[in-house]
Design a protein around this ligand. Structure first.
Ligand SMILES: [Zn+2]
Length: 156
């Protein structure tokens, strides 16, 4: 079996880890085309939702609630688009999928970060695959700081 990048995340990859449970890690996505976009990664190597254990499903359910509550409370998300796609793994000759789930928060009003307004122009429609607009590093850091602060408060 090929080595799996998702099983061997580097310190750099983990730089934007927001939260973790026994079975799952939550990271702020590199792409911030939807402000606060995150990725939930299963900590063990597993290729599809249908192979999750009862405990992993149970944790996932609670994590979905927590992450949605966080995105709504901190950034004012109206709703969240959840997706488990896995398509890119199947471009390889020998696919070696590692389960992960994307969450794209959607907004009916602009989100302000460091004085910059971010608008969800397709609100009410499917998310865009190639949404335009780059987020400066300081704005991404600010989003990370705010989400992390809220999540840290919940643990205690
Ligand atoms: Zn893996």
């Amino acid at each position: 079996m090929d080595t799996c990048d998702w099983c061997n995340l580097s310190e750099e990859d983990r730089q934007f880890q927001l939260y973790e449970t026994k079975s799952w890690s939550v990271f702020l996505s590199d792409e911030q085309d939807y402000i606060g976009r995150c990725i939930l990664v299963l900590k063990r190597h597993c290729g599809s939702l249908s192979e999750l254990t009862e405990d992993e499903w149970d944790e996932l359910r609670r994590l979905v609630c927590k992450v949605e509550e966080c995105l709504k409370a901190v950034l004012g998300a109206t709703l969240c688009n959840w997706s488990c796609l896995m398509n890119s793994f199947y471009k390889d000759v020998v696919p070696n999928p590692h389960l992960h789930i994307h969450v794209r928060p959607r907004y009916d009003t602009p989100v302000m970060i460091n004085g910059n307004a971010y608008t969800d122009d397709e609100f009410g429609h499917h998310y865009a695959l190639k949404k335009s607009g780059e987020m400066p590093a300081e704005d991404k850091n600010e989003v990370f700081r705010r989400l992390r602060e809220w999540l840290d408060r919940q643990i205690t």
